[in-house]
Design a protein around this ligand. Structure first.
Ligand code: URA
Length: 315
């Protein structure tokens, strides 16, 4: 391994450790460019973005902050079944997605998703991820889905297969979807980050995506949501919630189960399936299941007595 590669690995490890402690870095484009140059990458790895703002839960992005202000006048999500979000031209969120110009604005949802697939698969905006990824993991499911699940980032299995949520956490997500009376083919599944975060040397655990990586990749997810226009989004875990809602820190334990507004689309934050794999308590399973019952209710799907009773303590 070269000295510069070694240095990069050390920097990644340190950033990862700090990220795990909740410290998020916002490196300038200049710094990232210099870092890329030390590893032999000549181009700027990230597009310019506005400086980070606050440690609180206000949106990080100026443009998005303006949109959030507009959205705050919109009626709050209620327990009533969700209706389709407003048409494309009426939504301020569309302005963000349109900025990517990845998909044509006409055609079926399947055609528009297919049109953006190739440029996303060929993305090289994060050279450090390009180096270690096997492939870009675009998203999978029904382009006309009324329900969309958004996760964090591909892991090793997803990186190999090219499909989100196919490893252990994915199998649990599939079970959850099926227990809801749906199948993976009914819903759409995507991640905030389309490439596997480069593994931290000596670590088997997947690294959490960095803020810069999320900001760079997010236009792709926004465009996917904009095309699919799901009636409900489920954000799986803190990173998905933070990425979608532009939060510095989601506090997923407090946020889960509470409806949020994503530009007119009701968004349910819940625990990531891999958290449930680590924490097998009945109470946490029930929490996630209650979130899914709320999603079914919002969609106007019937809920059986058997479904209502899953993961309740016996006796
Ligand atoms: N975890 C995620 O967040 N996404 C995947 O695709 C797989 C595991």
């Amino acid at each position: 391994m070269s000295d510069s590669q070694n240095a990069t690995d050390i920097v990644h490890s340190a950033l990862h450790a700090l990220h795990e402690q909740g410290v998020h870095f916002h490196a300038s484009n200049e710094v990232l460019t210099r870092l890329a140059e030390t590893t032999g990458q000549k181009s700027a790895p990230y597009p310019t973005r506005s400086a980070p703002q606050h440690e609180d839960m206000r949106p990080k992005h100026d443009l998005r902050a303006a949109f959030q202000a507009q959205m705050s006048t919109a009626p709050a999500a209620t327990a009533a079944p969700a209706s389709r979000p407003p048409a494309r031209a009426a939504s301020p969120f569309n302005e963000v997605a349109n900025a990517t110009a990845l998909a044509p604005s006409t055609g079926t949802k399947a055609e528009r998703l297919a049109a953006m697939r190739s440029p996303v698969l060929a993305c090289t905006k994060c050279p450090h991820l390009v180096k270690t990824r096997t492939q870009v993991v675009f998203g999978v499911g029904n382009p006309d889905a009324e329900l969309m699940f958004v996760g964090e980032a591909p892991g090793a299995d997803e990186d190999l297969v090219g499909e989100p949520f196919v490893g252990n956490a994915g199998q649990l997500l599939t079970k959850i979807i099926e227990t809801m009376g749906l199948s993976r083919r009914d819903v759409y599944i995507a991640n905030v980050l389309k490439c596997r975060p480069d593994p931290v040397p000596g670590e088997t655990k997947n690294r959490s995506p960095m803020t810069q990586e999320i900001e760079t990749c997010k236009p792709y997810l926004l465009e996917q949501i904009n095309i699919i226009q799901p009636r409900v989004i489920v954000a799986l875990g803190g990173t998905a919630v933070e990425g979608l809602l532009n939060l510095e820190k989601s506090g997923i334990s407090k946020m889960r189960g509470h409806w949020q507004d994503f530009h007119g689309i009701p968004l349910m934050p819940t625990f990531h399936p891999s958290y449930l794999l680590r924490n097998q308590s009945l109470a946490e399973k029930r929490h996630v299941w209650e979130d899914m019952l709320a999603v079914l209710e919002k969609l106007g799907h019937p809920i059986s007595a058997k479904q209502s009773a899953f993961f309740l303590p016996r006796g």
